[in-house]
Design a binder for this molecule. Sequence first.
Ligand SMILES: [Zn+2]
Length: 217
Amino acid sequence: MVRGALRPGSKFLGRMELFSQGEFQLIRREGRELDTATEVSVISHNQMLRTEFRAFAGAGLFTEWLLTVINYGNEPSGPVYRLVEQVFGLLEAGAPAWPVICGSVVRLLQLSGHGFSTDVCVACGTGVEGAVCWSHSSGGVVCGKCGEAGFPVKSGIISFLSRAGNSSLESLARVRLWPGGYIQCHSLLKEYVQVHLERRLLLKSEKVMKEILDAGH
Ligand SMILES: [Zn+2]
């Protein structure tokens, strides 16, 4: 948020847009809630994120997740910054939005201390393979023996989530799931976060993303 940036004559006009990346010079004063921005130079315009509707919806949904999961203040966070940069860069380059979003949400959860287990049963600690169940409250997969503690989840979703924790977003963007697979994956992540943050998530862009999918784009 930069107050007054869009006023006529503002030196920020055209140098600061939704989802663009810039370098700001700020003056910080003791006791003031807002810093004063004095200079800005554009690093990436990310124009596609404002002009291409799929990329726009994807960037919007990722941003809603970011603001929900990460507690932000005046402390810089290199890993979160680099993740935002990567996600916007991939969407700007035309990468499919769903794998990028689902993958980046897994990263956001890891960075905020809400990570989950995808390869070891959260109830008994043994390695899991094949058909598994999932438990939001216990924090991930449960094996066949401890199955009552969770509900069944398709193994394709578990392997995607596992891969999301260990490989680059770029390679995740190339992963294809069955029709509707990413919607299921996204719902699982949303329910998981609702349990862990103990509140309902209102992700407005999720509806837009689903409508785009239903319209066959
Ligand atoms: Zn177990």
